[in-house]
Ligand binder design. Structure first.
Ligand SMILES: CC(C)(COP(=O)(O)OP(=O)(O)OC[C@H]1O[C@@H](n2cnc3c(N)ncnc32)[C@H](O)[C@@H]1OP(=O)(O)O)[C@@H](O)C(=O)NCCC(=O)NCCS
Length: 187
């Protein structure tokens, strides 16, 4: 049985595992290989533990995990917009699901958790940045009817990359669109 809940500090190692494994797989050929090789589950666990320990200082910030039993198989971060000029109120920072669990509706349900959280915190539009060359990620946001709304260049792991923005002008529509049962993974 898979369910979605707010992350706890004890989830740090599980989130770090998903973070490390999915970046190395999904961003191969998009980000710098040498940079991806430096990602370490141990260091990411420390980073996530610190982040989760301090999360209650900013109630807009939230991390949701998808868990199967006690195992984290996906996660999402959401918070207030990180850029003053962005048109959206809340921003999805990261969303990752382990490869073997993709295509089962977990991403959708994580997005719903982010949309519901945004509404609870008085943030009524939502957006995000995705790597332009991450076709799978972009297809996912388009399947949820995110609207493309901007482009920028940024540096990730020492490499300049192109990013594109998607947003939902009315986050309530994203919450509705994301209601779906979780099915067995297509892997
Ligand atoms: C993007 C990601 C989070 C989606 O999670 P998921 O659990 O597989 O998504 P869902 O099963 O909920 O899919 C929801 C919809 O998006 C579509 N979709 C998801 N991933 C897709 C892909 N790679 N290509 C095309 N469509 C995709 C699904 O077909 C589904 O649409 P449908 O219900 O109309 O059939 C997951 O594939 C992932 O972690 N990818 C690698 C990392 C990544 O790119 N993260 C986003 C970075 S910004």
């Amino acid at each position: 049985m898979i369910h979605i809940r707010a992350a706890e500090p004890s989830d740090a190692a599980g989130i770090a595992r998903v973070h490390c494994v999915t970046w190395k797989e999904a961003y191969r050929g998009i980000l710098d290989d040498a940079y991806l090789e430096t990602l370490s589950q141990k260091r990411l666990t420390t980073r996530w533990r610190t982040a989760l320990d301090h999360r209650s200082e900013d109630l807009d910030e939230q991390v949701f995990v998808a868990v199967q039993g006690k195992t984290v198989i996906g996660f999402l971060t959401v918070g207030a917009s990180r850029e003053a000029f962005a048109p959206w109120d809340s921003e999805i920072g990261m969303i990752y699901v382990l490869k073997e669990h993709r295509g089962a509706g977990i991403g959708r349900v994580l997005m719903k958790a982010a949309a519901d959280h945004s509404i609870r915190r008085g943030m009524f539009s939502c957006g995000l940045w995705v790597l332009r060359d991450n076709g799978g990620g972009r297809d996912f946001y388009e399947a949820l009817r995110g609207e493309p709304t901007g482009r920028k260049t940024d540096s990730v792991g020492g490499k300049l990359v192109q990013l594109v923005a998607y947003w939902w002008n009315d986050v309530a529509a994203l919450a509705d669109r994301s209601t779906t049962p979780i099915l067995p993974g297509r892997g």
